[in-house]
Write a protein that binds this ligand. Structure first.
Ligand code: GDP
Ligand code: MG
Length: 440
């Protein structure tokens, strides 16, 4: 669905990636292309404007990130703002209630019944639920047959209305039935119209009133473009939806609806449908969707590579310093910071020799974290000269540093001891490396 939009972004990003600097003019030009691409994808003007304004603000006031080129930073802003536009964080179904309850509504042909089957399958496979599918489309008897077939495929139970039964009676009966047959989640499929009409809304309100579903979810055909956004707005206003499911994302529509529906309606997208088969339902993750729309799998890995290069560069610098025997406390500090940047401590520990014995040992890991924090404060309290020549650190200097960093002289001694050890180890490592290299 997002093919041409992705292609436009890919083009733009290719031209930006290598840029060493970005001027205001470059940024304006790039944003013009972003705007055109989004408008061509059928995203409403207001949404496009809000989006490009946010990216512009960030791009012009950008903080300097050493590991990214300005072009890469711009791409990152576009990616982050697109993820925000799509809802930011992924939202889940409300699983509470016994049984859990979900009311599906939507226009005729939007994919409600198919989606009911997909959800039943997903809830049983991923959430271990025993699902009852309730045929709440009272007008079309064939609808119950379609639901029964899907229920069988999804391994769910099914319940049909009695002749002449109203939704207000059928709904509560379905909940009682679910409990009696041991089902712990109930999905109500409902009828639709070709347009949003008063009697449809009245019917849905009756059912909602009768069963008080934890989830009221609108199924929207994303191939309908902006019309589907208006439909969603209408349903949301009339019923108070808890979420949306976008179907037919596998089609060739331009994608504007999918991109703007969250921000226009304020209603989170929970799943997307990408085909007619029961397993073609995907939980909606705004950041992953943004990556997909921007064709960014490779861009993100490129950014990661850039990061690696910097780390390599830092490692090479460090190696040179060690060889020249001028590994200082400043480098020691840098190492701590690098460790922090590398993410969860457990991961870092796995990478340092001997560190893996600390993995899973929370206490030791916490100790190490505390030490890193203290060490940073202590080193920051030193003068540059002290950092480069720790041998000048006499008793009174140590006391001053302890006061300045809110630690004790013993802490300062400990950091200096660890530093000496690290320096010694680094030297041994570098000698070992040299020997290995000569042999190769
Ligand atoms: P309902 O009237 O809202 O219950 O819609 P149905 O579930 O009967 O679906 C209408 C048509 O859309 C059927 O032919 C479905 O197979 C098809 N459909 C539903 N979801 C999707 C989807 O995600 N992708 C595609 N390609 N077709 C879908
Ligand atoms: Mg149906």
């Amino acid at each position: 669905m997002f093919d041409s939009l992705s292609a436009a972004f890919q083009n733009l990003f290719r031209s930006l990636r290598g840029r060493g600097t970005l001027t205001e003019e470059n940024i304006r030009e790039a944003l013009r292309e972003v705007r055109t691409a989004l408008l061509e994808a059928d995203v409403p003007f207001d949404v496009v404007k809000g989006f490009t304004d946010r990216v512009r603000t960030r791009a012009l006031g950008q903080e300097v990130l050493h590991h990214l080129t300005p072009g890469q930073q711009f791409i990152r802003y576009v990616h982050e703002e697109m993820a925000a536009l799509l809802g930011g964080t992924a939202e889940d179904l409300v699983m509470a209630g016994s049984p859990g309850t979900l009311l599906l509504c939507g226009l005729h042909g939007s994919g409600k019944t198919t989606t009911a089957g997909k959800l039943a399958r997903w809830l049983s496979a991923r959430r271990g639920r025993r699902v009852l599918m309730v045929a709440g489309d009272l007008r079309r008897p064939a609808a119950a047959d379609q639901l029964a077939i899907l229920a069988e495929q999804a391994g769910a139970a099914v319940l049909r209305p009695n002749p002449g039964e109203t939704l207000a009676d059928f709904g509560p009966r379905a909940l009682v039935h679910a409990r009696s047959v041991g089902c712990d989640f109930v999905i109500f499929d409902t009828g639709g119209r070709f347009q949003m009409e008063a009697d449809l809304i009245a019917e849905l309100r009756d059912l909602r009133q009768a069963v008080k579903p934890a989830n009221v979810v609108l199924v929207v055909d994303s191939a309908m473009g902006q019309e589907s956004v208006r439909v969603a707005e209408g349903f949301h206003r009339a019923l108070g939806l808890t979420g949306l499911i976008l179907t037919k994302l596998d089609g060739d529509a331009r994608g504007g609806a999918a991109l703007s529906i969250r921000s226009v309606t304020g209603c989170p997208v929970l799943f997307t449908g990408t085909g007619e088969k029961l397993d073609q339902l995907e939980p909606f993750h705004p950041d992953r969707m943004a990556s997909r729309i921007l064709g960014m799998g490779d861009v993100l890995s490129l950014v990661e590579k850039a990061q690696e290069v910097v780390d390599e560069q830092a490692a090479r610098d460090l190696e040179r310093k060690i060889r020249r025997n001028d590994f200082t406390l400043e480098d020691f500090l840098l190492q701590f910071r690098q460790m922090k940047r590398m993410g969860p401590l457990e991961k870092v520990l796995e990478m340092i020799p001997g560190g893996s014995t600390l993995v899973g040992n929370r206490e030791a890991a916490e100790d190490m974290k505390r030490f890193a924090k203290k060490a940073e404060a202590i080193i920051l309290s030193m003068t540059p000269r002290e950092r480069r020549h720790p041998e000048i650190l006499n008793g009174s200097r140590r006391a001053r540093i302890a006061r300045g960093s809110g630690t004790t002289p013993q802490d300062v001694n400990e950091v200096l001891r660890q530093f000496k050890q690290a320096k010694g180890m680094a030297q041994r490592l570098s000698q070992m490396q040299k020997r290995l290299r000569i042999r190769m």
